[in-house]
Design a protein around this ligand. Structure first.
Ligand code: GUN
Length: 301
């Protein structure tokens, strides 16, 4: 029976640490960190994610703002809003919740974000710095996974890591982070994806499997080796009329089967998800302290 990599527990610890850090700053007379979220349209999962992010801000003593735009907003109007947020000297960081409506070019939107406020770490400047081991904002999910591995002292040195998926926000950065020098890292990383032949041959050899596919119950017990560490990034809403909300959340891992064979496993929910939320706060705290160092006289109000 696998041990649980408990994202709920670790994220609570992290939030408590951040809360104390905020209290120390405000006790000295500085304004609290301020995070904004831009939400376009009414996508059910996006609304939930953004509401949770706002809730998290309040829990740690941050100021938060929500910029809600209709899904008929034009790309130019959205970029206009981003420019206002870039220019706001009382704002430390912001996120634009993805996905965006089809008529909006996501890349142009991300490029419009000031990299020093890009607490999602999506801007190519931050991604590039991450890839080159320079200080940057790490995107929240990969940052959350490496923090979870770190807090449970999971050994990564020389390990075979297989990342399933190559998305910009999880698969690609995750592969880079596990392969970089240091801890967590120093792993031998293989990225597998939809075009990989005999994918299970790779996952079966892996000491650590990280799945970020969005295909419910994809990873079965016969696809891993005994004692593997399994990190499940998938979180898909599966329609289910018997549930109060009309759906349940499914990971990429067939948890029931896999937990009998793995050494460590993240549950869904309660694994990677809460870590992602906590790391957004961590990045916002970082943006705040960096701003404080770069602005003469700090952020005192
Ligand atoms: N959509 C799904 N995950 C994320 C995330 O981490 N940040 C943003 N902005 N949008 C998302």
């Amino acid at each position: 029976m696998a041990q649980i990599l408990n994202g709920n527990f670790i994220s609570k610890q992290l939030k408590e640490e951040i809360k104390q850090e905020v209290a120390q700053w405000t006790a000295k007379g500085y304004r609290p960190p301020h995070l904004a979220a831009v939400l376009v349209g009414e996508n059910g999962a996006s609304v939930t994610y953004v509401n949770n992010k706002i809730k998290d801000c309040h829990a740690v003593g941050f100021k938060s703002s929500l910029v809600k735009l209709d899904d008929s907003v034009t790309e130019q109007e959205l970029i206009g809003e981003i420019k206002k947020l870039n220019a706001d000297t009382e704002l430390d960081g912001f996120i634009v919740q993805l996905p965006l409506p089809k008529h909006i070019d996501q890349e142009r939107v991300i490029l419009a974000i000031d990299p020093s406020k890009d607490v999602d770490g999506f801007h190519p400047e931050n991604f590039g710095k991450m890839a080159l081991d320079m200080e940057s904002f790490l995107s929240a999910t990969p940052f959350g996974i490496i923090t979870l591995l770190e807090r449970y002292n999971i050994s990564t040195e020389g390990k075979d890591v297989v990342v399933v998926g190559r998305s910009r926000i999880v698969g690609k950065p995750m592969s880079l982070l596990m392969g970089r020098k240091g801890y967590p890292g120093n792993s031998t990383v293989t990225t597998v994806h939809t075009h990989t032949r005999n994918l299970e041959e790779y996952t079966r050899r892996a000491d650590i499997v990280i799945t970020a596919l969005g295909v419910p119950h994809f990873l079965k017990a016969d696809m891993i080796k005994v004692g593997a560490v399994v990190v499940d990034v998938g979180i898909t809403r599966v329609e289910d009329a018997s549930k109060e909300k009309g759906f349940y959340l499914a990971g990429d891992v067939d948890f029931e089967e896999v937990e009998k064979k793995a050494a460590w496993i993240t549950p869904v929910p309660g694994g990677v998800g809460p870590m992602t939320r906590a790391m957004l706060l961590k990045n916002s705290m970082l943006a705040y302290t960096r701003r404080f160092k770069s602005v003469e006289g700090g952020v005192k109000v």
